[in-house]
Design a protein around this ligand. Sequence first.
Ligand code: ADP
Ligand code: MG
Length: 232
Amino acid sequence: MRDKAISEVFEAAKSEGRNFLYEHEAKKLFGLYGMPVTKIHVAETEDEAVEAAESIGFPIVLKIVSPQILHKSDAGGVIVGVEDEKGIREGFNRIIDNAKKYKADAEITGVLVQEMAPNGTEIIVGSTSDPTFGPTLMFGLGGIFVEILKDVSFRVAPIDVVDAREMIKEIKAYKILEGARGMPPSDQETLADILVKTSKMLMECPEVKELDMNPILAYPDGARIVDGRIIM
Ligand code: ADP
Ligand code: MG
């Protein structure tokens, strides 16, 4: 049986008539499955955003929360590297202005205030539900690797850690994760763990129709999911 807190995340979205989870809701779910996510707070006012930023610690990333805006950067809805209170106040208002310019009737739920993760290797984990096989998992490197080169691996869920390690090794750009050309290596065990926990989540949550962790930032030690989206 899954935890009650897990069901509550879906219930909250359904009660608002939404068929998707906001980034902060998706991250809450990932966190409940023990995956590494950024510290996060949804602020409804400028003052609340400042307070949240001070408690999380600078630098901060601000993002729009709106039911009409799922691709936040397209709407000028992401500001990274905010260093101080003044930046939070300006950023809060700029993000809302940008959202309204992008879609005049966009409802603004709030502004996400989150911990800025250090630079790392961009990883993507995704899932879609296949009518025959059920939930599938996808793994790849972010940016051009997935968009242009389509360098990804797939498995049908559930998977175990051995499957996860194979999925990781299967991509053509695997050498990048090993630290080719002086790049820092990525913590493959943490990435495998994210894949296994995502698989568990998919098996326990039939509500999830599509899932996107884009990107996960990977480090020599650990990784952080910095964006997440779930379609129900
Ligand atoms: P979108 O909805 O447009 O995909 P993202 O949340 O992925 O928005 O943010 C866009 C980009 O900003 C990310 O690809 C990542 O490079 C950067 N970013 C977002 N959140 C963070 C964070 N918490 N720490 C560091 N970088 C981040
Ligand atoms: Mg993203």
